[in-house]
Design a protein around this ligand. Structure first.
Ligand SMILES: O=C(O)CCC(=O)C(=O)O
Ligand SMILES: [Fe+2]
Length: 202
C-alpha cells in the first residue's frame, strides 16, 4: 500500500475524499485480471414501467454470511469473501480506519456501460453510510449533483485505475452520483464499493 495523502473536497453537506494511486501499479494489474476472471459476474434485470430490462453493467455482491441487501430494487444475497477480496478489504480498512462487511462490484464492459444518478441511501446502510470505492482498469467520469440545491455546481472527477474514493457523513443524504456513458472508452473498468451493512436484529 502506498501512503499517498488524500485529497479532501470542500463540498457542502458532504464528506468526500480521494486517495489517488491507492494501489501499487503491479498490484493493480494482477488484481484487475483476477477479478475479471474469478468474480461471479451477473447482469441483473431492473423493472422500469413494468418492463424488465438488463442494467447496463455487470455486478456481483460479496460479504459476510446472513446478509441480504436491496440494490435498485434487486434483492441480493452475498457470495462468501474470496481471499483476494478479504485481503483488499483489510488493506482498505487499515488505511482509512473503518470496518466493512460487504462489497458490491461493478464491471463496466466499455464506455456504453454506466450507472445512473442515485444515492447509496438504502436503510441497511444506516443514517450516514460509509463507502470506500476502488477503481481498476479504464478511467471513467464520476459526477456528483446536489439533491437539494440545483444552484450548486456539479462536481466531476476522473477516477483512474488504483484510485480510492471515500464517501461518508451526509454525502448520500444530500448528493447523488453517477458514472455516465463515455462512448469512446473501449476498455473495461471494475469498481469495488466496500460498504457496512447494519444487519437487522444485531
Ligand atoms: O463505479 C463507480 O465508481 C460507482 C458505483 C456506484 O455508485 C455504486 O455501486 O453504487
Ligand atoms: Fe453508488
Amino acid at each position: 500500500m502506498k501512503l499517498s495523502s488524500p485529497i479532501f473536497f470542500d463540498i457542502p453537506n458532504a464528506e468526500i475524499c480521494l486517495y489517488r494511486n491507492f494501489l501499487y501499479d503491479s498490484q493493480e494489474e494482477i488484481l484487475y485480471k483476477e477479478l475479471l476472471e474469478n468474480i461471479a459476474w451477473q447482469q441483473d434485470l431492473i423493472k422500469i414501467y413494468g418492463r424488465k430490462i438488463p442494467i447496463p453493467r455487470l455486478t456481483a455482491w460479496y460479504g459476510d454470511p446472513n446478509m441480504s441487501y436491496t440494490y435498485s430494487g434487486i434483492l441480493m444475497n452475498p457470495h462468501p469473501w474470496t481471499l483476494t477480496l478479504s485481503l483488499l478489504k483489510s488493506q482498505i480498512e487499515e488505511r482509512i480506519q473503518h470496518k466493512f462487511n460487504s462489497v458490491l462490484l461493478n464491471q463496466y464492459r466499455n464506455g456504453t456501460d454506466s450507472v445512473a444518478w442515485h444515492s447509496d441511501d438504502e436503510p441497511e446502510l444506516g443514517e450516514t453510510p460509509v463507502i470506500a470505492s476502488l477503481s481498476l482498469g479504464a478511467s471513467r467520469k464520476f459526477e456528483l449533483r446536489s439533491k437539494v440545491k440545483a444552484s450548486l455546481d456539479r462536481i466531476e472527477l476522473l477516477l483512474n485505475s488504483g484510485d480510492l474514493l471515500f464517501m461518508s457523513g451526509t454525502t448520500q443524504k444530500y448528493w447523488q452520483h453517477q458514472v455516465p456513458k463515455m462512448r469512446r472508452v473501449r476498455e473495461s473498468r471494475i469498481n469495488l464499493t466496500f460498504r457496512y451493512i447494519i444487519v437487522s436484529g444485531n
